[in-house]
Design a protein around this ligand. Structure first.
Ligand SMILES: CC(C)(COP(=O)(O)OP(=O)(O)OC[C@H]1O[C@@H](n2cnc3c(N)ncnc32)[C@H](O)[C@@H]1OP(=O)(O)O)[C@@H](O)C(=O)NCCC(=O)NCCS
Length: 179
């Protein structure tokens, strides 16, 4: 993907503010990932979480944005950070959608609302034309979010989960973006 000239600015939805992440978000992200019910569903996270590893991850987000390889946002509700939504692994005009929320914010449509806004951003402002995503086979809520967003199930594959310390079956999805 070509380097991004898009400014790092916030995206708003009716109930949420998506704010480009900063290194200062690491502590809050660490707190959210201390919940096994959150972290066991993530592809790369480890459990228990490491604050040093999370700090290191957040420290490269601004560079990723500038290079056009990932666009990562803290999701805020009433000024409180409740999770992350991002498109990463950008190559050519394709990227990968991910999201995770603190458990007390589940079940209110926030993941859908945040992801829908980010999809509009990467389509209209960045010019991506296709997104992929994946969810653990035992994560039907995420599957529901993806199909509501218009993603199509494209099959499944075995993937190693750091948090679980073993392989899990991942359902794969794709979405063609219309501009
Ligand atoms: C997956 C996750 C992001 C969903 O967030 P959320 O804000 O609760 O999602 P939404 O409210 O937008 O939508 C959830 C949908 O799944 C449905 N759902 C919830 N549990 C479900 C289940 N067990 N089976 C099927 N559908 C389910 C809800 O009814 C809702 O659908 P609706 O809007 O049509 O009523 C959140 O649970 C989370 O952060 N989990 C841990 C991390 C994670 O799994 N990240 C995604 C990795 S692929």
């Amino acid at each position: 993907m070509r380097p991004s000239t898009i400014p790092r600015s916030t995206l708003d939805t009716p109930r949420l503010r998506l704010r480009p992440t900063s290194p200062a978000d690491a502590q809050r992200a660490f707190e959210i990932q201390t919940d096994w019910d959150v972290t066991r569903m993530l592809s790369h996270a480890s459990f228990p979480p490491s604050l040093a590893a999370i700090r290191s991850w957040f420290s490269i987000h601004e560079k990723e944005w500038a290079e056009g390889t990932a666009y990562r946002f803290a999701i805020e509700n009433d000024g409180h950070m409740i999770g992350i939504v991002d498109v990463d692994e950008i190559s050519g005009s394709e990227g990968s959608l991910g999201y995770w929320l603190e458990k007390s914010s589940w079940g209110r449509g926030f993941a859908f609302e945040a992801a829908e806004r980010l999809i509009r951003f990467v389509s209209e402002d960045i010019g991506l034309s296709r997104l992929t995503s994946g969810r653990a086979d035992d994560n039907p809520a995420s599957g529901h979010v993806l199909t509501k967003l218009g993603f199509i199930n494209t099959g499944s594959k075995e993937t190693f989960s750091n948090a679980r310390g073993g392989n899990l079956l991942q359902q794969r999805y794709a979405l063609v973006l219309k501009r």
